[in-house]
Design a protein. Structure first.
Length: 487
């Protein structure tokens, strides 16, 4: 049967195959069926919002094993969910029904690193932080960084085209990824693991897979260009009185240190309250008083004295012009980490307080806080927001330097009555402002049917055609990403 066949493909079925199903096989290599609860961690997402009921998790250890699994599933018309570190925030990495889960965690070798060009080639299942530590020893860093770095995998990052905290400086994975090895839905291996910076021979096929969220192929390895690790890093957090001032600060910061700026993040006072009360690590507010908004900036340069000089001038102007009301500049690595923790702990703290409705939006910066206030207003009007109410808090934060706002609505539960106050209202709002309903988290299960708010009919039709060409039976990550996949 199918389980026996999967066991025959895997080099170590004892550890690479987890199933709740019993087989008639008497082979000692055949794993014993496990209790359904052992598959929970693969069947539910990081937010505990999306739940599947797959009876089978496969953890291949080589591209060949992935290819054989895909070929077999293609022949038998079995649906598959590719899964990386399962930190995705739109329900893309967990099954909707009983799809076979192909978890990439055991495909985790670093294949090569070129110390001159900074080109890294790694298996898809390598953890982002492990890759960063590996190349740090050689003076390099990964061009992306996210709060989930300790669990997310480079294959998952590429599949979601993750943005993160340093997008502003190092840009998109569409620019940094040089090549991909991908197993197509029919099992064929697309060997595009180039390390060339320049290559204009035909369509750039790898771009199709960056951000395709496991719907047209399973990424098994990534070639990526990495920047030098900066010698001097500074982090400062500013307290700001109004959202207008946040934008002024952005202009001033770019004028003084545009060329060394590596992050420009913001969060509101509700976000800081959340972190102080609910983050696992104890996090201290560096300011005496609470302020309406906070901005975190990071600079990364090669000469500390140069950067310090620029920062001193920046701080003088910000204080003198009253664009900021207070500010702290990290004096050492520990302080630097604790300032970053104020921002990075927001998602975790929200999750600790309740069920989180997450919105990840690209939109004109001047409109961002208006939308956050508007959402608070909608819940207040309905007497739904506050202590003892179904909605506990609405927080706004994000990568303001990239025009990317995150709104988290923390609620008692994922009740449809709460969702209906938010949607489709929020998508219509963003669409009117010509923004995007997914800046960086992707579409997944949550937003596949909503793609029309951000893309034209012609674009969606072309995407549907591409999906049909590569996966005519809709076996790869079904019920997600594109409207027709939900059928
Ligand atoms: P998963 O969650 O396992 O999968 C995500 C999607 O990719 C699914 O559709 C899955 O099917 C597909 N997939 C995974 N691996 C492969 C593969 N090898 N081949 C084909 N398809 C695959 N995202 C940002 O963009 N910016 C952030 O700043 C950010 N911060 C985060 C902070 C926290 C605390 C958390 C929990 C998440 C954050 N995320 C962020 C979202 C998430 O971490 C990223 O989307 C991440 O890139 C997902 O990687 P993963 O390995 O966990 O993938
Ligand atoms: C972030 O910027 O912190 C991430 O995108 C995660 C999130 O918004 O929850
Ligand atoms: Zn983000």
């Amino acid at each position: 049967d199918d389980i026996e066949h999967f066991a025959s493909i895997l080099s170590t079925p004892e550890t690479s195959l987890l199933t709740t199903l019993a087989t008639s096989s008497t082979s000692s290599r055949m794993p014993k069926p496990v209790d359904a609860s052992e598959l929970d961690v693969f069947n539910k997402d990081w937010m505990n919002k999306y739940h599947g009921r797959s009876a089978c998790v496969l953890k291949p250890k080589s591209t060949k094993e992935v290819s054989e699994i895909m070929r077999y599933c293609h022949q038998r018309k079995l649906a598959i969910v590719p899964q990386g570190g399962n930190t995705g925030l739109v329900g893309g990495g967990v099954p909707v029904r009983d799809e076979v889960i192909v978890n990439l965690g055991s495909l985790n070798n670093i294949r090569s690193f070129d110390e001159v060009s900074g080109t890294l080639v790694a298996d898809a299942g390598c953890i982002l932080e492990a890759l960063d530590n590996h190349i740090a020893e050689k003076g390099y860093m990964m061009p992306l960084d996210l709060g989930a770095k300790g669990s997310c995998q480079i294959g998952g990052n590429v599949a979601t085209n993750a943005g993160g905290l340093r997008f502003l400086r190092y840009g998109s994975l569409h620019g940094n990824v040089l090549g991909l090895e991908v197993v197509l839905p029919n099992g064929d291996i697309l060997d595009g693991l180039s390390t060339l910076r320049k290559d204009n021979t035909g369509f750039d096929l790898k771009q199709l897979f960056i951000g395709s969220e496991g719907t047209i192929g399973l990424i098994t390895a990534v070639s990526i260009v990495t920047p030098r690790r900066p010698a001097a890093v500074n982090v400062a957090v500013f307290a700001v009185d109004s959202f207008e001032a946040v934008q002024q600060v952005f202009s001033t910061v770019k004028r003084h240190c545009g060329e060394i700026l590596s992050a420009f993040e913001f969060f509101d006072s509700q976000s800081l309250n959340m972190v102080k009360s609910h983050a696992t690590a104890s996090i201290k507010d560096p300011f005496q008083e609470r302020h309406p908004f906070y901005v975190l900036i990071e600079t990364s340069g090669s000469r500390k004295e140069h950067d310090d000089e620029k920062l001193t001038e920046l701080l003088e102007e910000l204080m003198e012009s009253s664009q900021i009301t207070d500010g702290v500049l990290a004096q050492d690595e520990t302080q630097l980490q604790s300032l970053w923790a104020l921002r990075e702990s927001i998602p975790e703290a929200c999750g600790k307080l309740g069920s989180v409705f997450k919105y990840d939006l690209s939109m004109p910066v001047p409109k961002m806080n208006e939308l956050v206030e508007d959402m608070r207003g909608r819940f207040k009007e309905r007497d739904m927001l506050g202590k003892g109410k179904p909605v506990k808090e609405v927080v706004g934060y994000g990568h303001i330097g990239d025009g990317n706002l995150h709104i988290n609505i923390v609620a008692e539960s994922y009740a449809p009555e709460i969702e209906s106050v938010i949607e489709p209202y929020i998508y219509e709002w963003v669409s009117r402002e010509k923004g995007s309903i997914s800046a960086e988290h992707g579409l997944g299960r949550m937003k596949g049917q909503k793609i029309g708010y951000s893309k034209s009919q012609t674009s969606v039709a072309l995407m549907e055609d591409l999906k049909k060409l590569l996966d005519p039976d809709n076996l790869l990550n079904p019920y997600k990403y594109l409207p027709s996949s939900y059928r």
